[in-house]
Write a protein that binds this ligand. Structure first.
Ligand SMILES: [Ca+2]
Ligand SMILES: [Ca+2]
Ligand SMILES: [Ca+2]
Ligand SMILES: [Ca+2]
Length: 280
């Protein structure tokens, strides 16, 4: 599922590329050639970056003349985001041949792809399991391959290999250097970013908003982002400003942040916009 896109001249040929991000996919860079979109291979490491991507922003963060890419993921602070159990795999198939596809999700535990749903949820969704009449203990020990065997081979499968947010620094012909954002920026999803030189040192800084509850309720919501200000240290790292200094306390699921007439406006799901201004 595509969640965000951005335009920019990544390779410096004066023509813009389209960068697309989404959930259960790797960031995609596309060129428009002969009336169609063609995938551009910028760096092989991009192909392995399957994430819950929520946002993409472009700027020359290190001021070397090349456009860099800020990739906003879901962070590593949730049940599904627990790095010890990556990759996650999503299998989509009509497992019980009733004409409707089902989705099964697994995470990796000690080298085995273990189903994420409880036995009860799984049996409710898939009556074929009922026929197998598995005991709870048996279910808990079985990998998804052991439970579904050949049927998994027919399934479409997608993976999540990273849930962290990064800046991909553009190194021209050498590809991209991926740098994880700081720990605080990984506490929740990055849904949108306002890029602005806050401390007026000519380097772009970031105001990050986020939080999600798009996952199944038993996995909880990601809600640790209250509006995070990150200051560019000019060396490729972004340093969090203390929330006691920024005064930001943006609760809920922030979708978007914009600035207009000196006011910052954060649009939130099911809530009033959060509006603030900066005191000089
Ligand atoms: Ca270009
Ligand atoms: Ca750059
Ligand atoms: Ca089905
Ligand atoms: Ca700055």
């Amino acid at each position: 599922m595509v969640t965000d896109a951005a335009w920019g001249d990544i390779d410096g040929d004066k023509k813009n590329e389209l960068i697309i991000v989404g959930e259960w996919m790797a960031p995609l860079i596309l060129n428009y050639v002969n009336n169609r979109w063609v995938k551009k291979e910028v760096d092989p490491s991009f192909n392995n970056l399957n994430g819950f991507w929520q946002s993409v922003h472009l700027s020359d963060f290190d001021k070397d003349g090349r456009i860099d890419i800020l990739l906003g993921n879901s962070g590593n602070n949730g049940y599904l985001q627990d790095e010890r159990y990556l990759p996650l795999t999503l299998y989509i198939n009509d497992f019980d041949n009733n004409g409707m596809p089902e989705k099964l999700m697994s995470r990796q535990v000690e080298g085995k792809d273990m189903p994420i749903s409880t036995k009860r949820d799984m049996v409710e969704q898939l009556s074929i399991l009922k026929k197998k009449n598995l005991k709870h203990k048996e279910y808990a020990d079985k990998s998804i391959q052991e439970l579904f065997g050949d049927q998994l081979k027919k399934a479409t499968h997608k993976t999540i290999t990273t849930t962290k947010s990064y800046i991909a620094y553009n190194k021209g012909s050498k590809g991209f250097l991926l740098k994880e954002l700081c720990e605080q920026a990984q506490w929740s999803s990055i849904n949108d970013v306002l890029m602005e030189d806050i401390n007026e040192d000519n380097y772009i800084d970031l105001i990050i908003v986020g939080n999600l509850n798009g996952f199944q309720p038993q996995f909880g919501a990601l809600d640790a982002n209250k509006g995070l200000v990150l200051l560019n240290n000019k060396k490729g790292d972004f340093i969090p400003a203390a929330s006691t200094n920024t005064g930001l306390n943006i609760k809920g699921k922030s979708r978007q942040i914009i600035k207009t007439n000196g006011l910052y406006i954060v649009a939130r799901n099911d809530d009033f916009p959060y509006i603030f201004e900066r005191l000089k």
